[in-house]
Design a protein around this ligand. Structure first.
Ligand code: NDP
Length: 595
């Protein structure tokens, strides 16, 4: 399938587009996002239960606080930290989990590790006096770091774990929110921050027969070490006599597969679309390098990474990894850069050829190597970075079961069927990801009711309008973190850190100015939407021709939400953060009304 073109002039773009279209067409389904089942509901609720912390019963709580934060992941932690720094004492942080950590509480699967460099990913390293042990640290260290942050900023005393918000209603006459939970709590709060995360609802494929399987099964974000043995660091020593299947080959599965292969008698990897697998190059932190760092180093490093991610070309690439290599090769896909779409496509082709060649050079069986090769543009799906995934397919006890874009056919009581062949299994792991394309009320699991009884989902059904993606008119004193009408940077914790600064600043202004209500004006919202749209690169053709993924509503181009809900500011993350910082420095509260 690969072309022999070696120079930009020799590339036949039409032939490449045809090739990618054929691969995409195999994968597109008429049911789009409807193909998935919610792991938190009905027959599947078992898949979402917390295997890590036993449930503790407690009395219901009735209280009034200044600020209530929903979510104890990096978003909630950083908001809590910034609020503490701003002097807020009356704080409550709710989370359905049994501890802080968010993603890093739930995702403890073997091999769980962040593929964003840890010196960037772990926020506030200098303030915390902490140096990660490796360039890419593993889940236990990240989770411990979230706990460290929580202790440092006295957030444990604000925490209510194993608690799910069911309702949030704006009480007009009292100028506050009333929050109700599944524990019967009634908490009144002046301000509410929704930091509930983007990928928090486990997703299962609606494969026929999925509930029939009689073997052991679980979702990757609820790993059952009691069954597999071992820990997040590997050593799955109870699987030696087990045939194990894993459905999915995304960023999660890529990290799990090498460990399952080491532990299981036999591993079947069920693939629908191969991932891009770039290099990782993990290494321990060099103590002399760490000692040589000057104050302000983390900000400088973040700035350098963001600049490259935004299409800039700083003199030095401080991070120098798979991400920055891709950003430098493909700048036009990250922000609205100046190279032509055709030139971008050609660069993309060469980068993808490099990825495909890497597979051919590592995987010895040529048929398996061919099936592992991705045929789409680099950023159509979330790229992966791993050095042990591809070599795993050279093991005798590992079989790649490629479904040629169609997905698993059927699940039976005893196994998984692909192409009419049943693969008998003792254990089936779903590494099938999380719901992501829905608006934030769905992600949060509750739908805030604002002024005049208007639900947030109702407002956003017709048009999504926000100020900086953080607040919306009609919902006073409510803030939401995330990518909606903000920015998209692979280093999510940095985005949350910048958002938390903004949220804490506005809340502090409101409290110190003795105002009771802060809310975006209609004009403020309109200005932000216009600014965002003016800066936005027209990328719908790119997404419409991409293989299905969570970035394009699983290939369903008819399902665009009004005002392109997922739209981000097109100037890239660096410019977006500068807009927020300049707004705070100006200090006029432009676009907001304080009452
Ligand atoms: P994904 O949604 O990325 O992957 C789900 C996988 O399940 C895909 O391979 C998908 O195939 C497959 N699948 C779904 N339905 C079927 C079916 N019917 N038959 C066969 N296969 C099916 O989820 P992940 O958990 O892997 O990753 C989610 C996100 O979490 C990532 O995008 C990333 O943002 C984050 N993450 C970050 C990490 C980090 O290091 N920073 C590590 C891990 C995850 P198809 O591709 O065809 O849809």
């Amino acid at each position: 399938m690969s072309s022999t073109a070696t120079t930009h002039e020799e590339i036949d773009l039409d032939a490449i587009r045809d090739l990618y279209r054929v691969e995409r067409d195999k994968r597109v389904r008429s049911d789009g996002l409807g193909q998935y089942a919610d792991a938190e509901e009905g027959d599947f609720a078992y898949y979402a239960e917390d295997p890590y912390t036993p449930r503790e019963e407690r009395e219901s709580l009735t209280e009034t606080v200044d600020v209530l934060v929903v979510g104890g992941g990096f978003g909630g932690l950083l908001t809590g930290a910034r609020l503490r720094q701003a002097g807020v004492q009356s704080l409550r942080i709710l989370d359905r989990a049994g501890d802080f950590g968010g993603t890093w509480y739930w995702n403890r699967y073997p091999g769980a590790q962040c593929d964003i460099e840890s010196y960037l990913y772990l926020p506030l390293l200098e303030q915390m006096g902490f140096m990660p042990s490796e360039k890419y640290v593993r889940q236990p260290e990240i989770h411990e770091y979230t706990q460290k942050l929580a202790r440092h900023f006295r957030l444990y005393e604000a925490a209510l774990f194993q608690t799910v918000v069911t309702d949030a209603t704006w009480l007009e006459s009292e100028n506050r929110w009333r929050i109700e939970t599944d524990r019967g709590d009634v908490i009144d709060a002046r301000f509410v921050v929704m930091a509930n995360g983007l990928l928090s609802r486990p997703r299962l494929p609606g494969i026929p027969g999925i509930t029939d399987f009689k073997g052991h099964t679980f979702h990757s974000s609820r790993w059952d070490y009691g069954y597999t043995g071992g820990t997040t660091l590997g050593g799955l020593d109870k699987l030696g006599d087990k045939k194990v299947g894993i459905i999915g080959t995304g960023a999660t599965a890529v990290q799990i597969v090498p460990h399952l292969a080491q532990g299981a008698e036999h591993l079947y990897v069920f693939q629908r679309t191969p991932s891009v697998i770039s290099f990782r190059g993990n290494r321990p932190t060099d103590p002399s390098w760490a000692e040589s760092l000057k104050p302000g180093w983390q900000e400088e490093r973040l700035d350098n990474f963001m600049s490259i991610a935004s299409g800039g070309a700083p003199e030095e690439d401080l991070v120098d990894d798979g991400w920055t290599t891709a950003f430098k090769a493909l700048p036009s896909l990250i922000s609205d850069s100046k190279i032509s779409p055709e030139e971008a496509e050609k660069r993309d082709y060469f980068e993808m050829e490099r990825m495909r060649e890497r597979i051919a050079s590592v995987v010895s069986d040529s048929e398996t190597a061919a099936k592992l090769k991705p045929y789409y543009r680099f950023f159509c799906k979330r790229p992966c970075f791993h050095d042990e995934y591809l070599p795993t397919f050279n093991r005798d006890n590992v079989s790649l079961i490629d479904t040629d874009g169609r997905g698993v056919e059927r699940i039976t009581e005893t196994g998984v069927v692909v192409g009419g062949v049943e693969y008998e299994l003792d254990c089936l792991v779903f590494a099938t990801g999380f719901e992501s394309a829905e608006v934030s009320p769905r992600q949060a699991g509750f739908d805030p009711i604002g002024r005049g009884g208007l639900a947030l989902s109702q407002k956003w059904n017709t048009e999504v309008r926000t100020l900086f993606g953080l607040q919306t008119n009609g919902f006073p004193n409510l803030f939401f973190l995330g990518i909606t009408q903000g920015t998209l940077c692979p280093n999510f914790s940095n985005m949350l850190n910048e958002q938390s600064k903004q949220v804490a600043f506005v809340i502090e202004q409101c409290i110190s100015g003795e105002h009771v209500v802060v809310e975006p004006t209609l004009e403020g919202e309109a200005d932000w939407v216009a600014t965002m749209e003016a800066a936005n690169a027209e990328d719908s053709e790119f997404w419409d021709t991409c293989t299905p993924s969570r970035y394009n509503d699983d290939g369903d181009s008819t399902r665009k939400l009004p005002n392109r809900y997922q739209t981000q500011y097109g100037g890239g993350p660096k410019e977006f953060y500068e807009i927020l910082a300049a707004w705070r420095a100006e200090g006029t509260g432009k676009g907001l009304t304080f009452r």
